[in-house]
Design a protein around this ligand. Structure first.
Ligand code: IDP
Ligand code: MG
Length: 183
């Protein structure tokens, strides 16, 4: 069945900038249906459990940041106290928790043909500075990993969207009870 459900989170920067309506309208305009939606203030524990905690995720996230630091000429041991990719990955997760709990968020389930892929396409790639025009991240932000690294935070990129159908199923269950999703 190509009809899928996917999870979208409007992150604290999207809410703070008053972009909830505009971003949501883009999904609706493309033909996706909202089947669940709520605003909440996430706890650090929730965000900690929501994002992956595998060694593989820590290593990959840490390696990406170490590369950005190297290009900027920043010494990761001075800035983060370590240059071990896995330990750096843990620091990124801490910063992700700080970002995602810094203000209210809007969590929603979108339904439609190939919803997972279509939503990722509308959202655009992780780093807003290189996200193409027409995507949400490209149209509403100029943030980049190097600027974020310099300021000791994660990239502010407005939106979370599930990356695969399996991830979407887990993430929808994480935020919504079955009876909160309309048929
Ligand atoms: P995604 O949101 O595009 O799926 P993920 O790799 O799942 O990206 O990372 C989760 C979030 O962590 C990103 O949306 C972004 O806020 C932050 N992040 C990921 N990679 C980096 C990075 O290299 N530098 C800074 N922040 C990052
Ligand atoms: Mg992701």
């Amino acid at each position: 069945m190509p009809i899928e459900k996917t999870l979208v989170i409007l992150k604290p920067d999207a809410v703070a900038r008053g972009l909830v309506g505009e971003i949501t309208a883009r999904f609706e305009r493309a033909g996706l249906r909202i089947v669940a939606m709520k605003m909440l203030r996430a706890t650090p524990e929730q965000i900690e459990r929501f994002y992956p905690s595998s060694e593989e995720w820590f290593r990959s996230a840490g390696s990406k940041l170490l590369k950005a630091y190297q290009e900027l000429g920043i010494d990761p041991r001075k800035r983060l106290g370590t240059d071990d990719p896995v330990e750096v990955g843990h620091k990124i997760k801490e910063n992700l928790v700080k970002y995602m709990t810094s203000g209210p968020i809007v969590v929603m389930v979108l339904k439609g043909n190939r919803a997972v892929e279509v939503v990722r396409k509308l959202v655009g790639p992780t780093a807003p500075h290189s996200a193409p025009p027409g995507t949400i991240r490209g149209d509403y932000s100029v943030d980049s990993p190097d600027l974020a690294a310099e300021e000791g935070r994660v990239v502010y990129n407005l939106v979370h969207a599930s990356d695969s159908l399996a991830e979407a199923e887990r993430e929808i269950k994480f935020w919504f009870r079955e009876e909160e999703i309309v048929a």
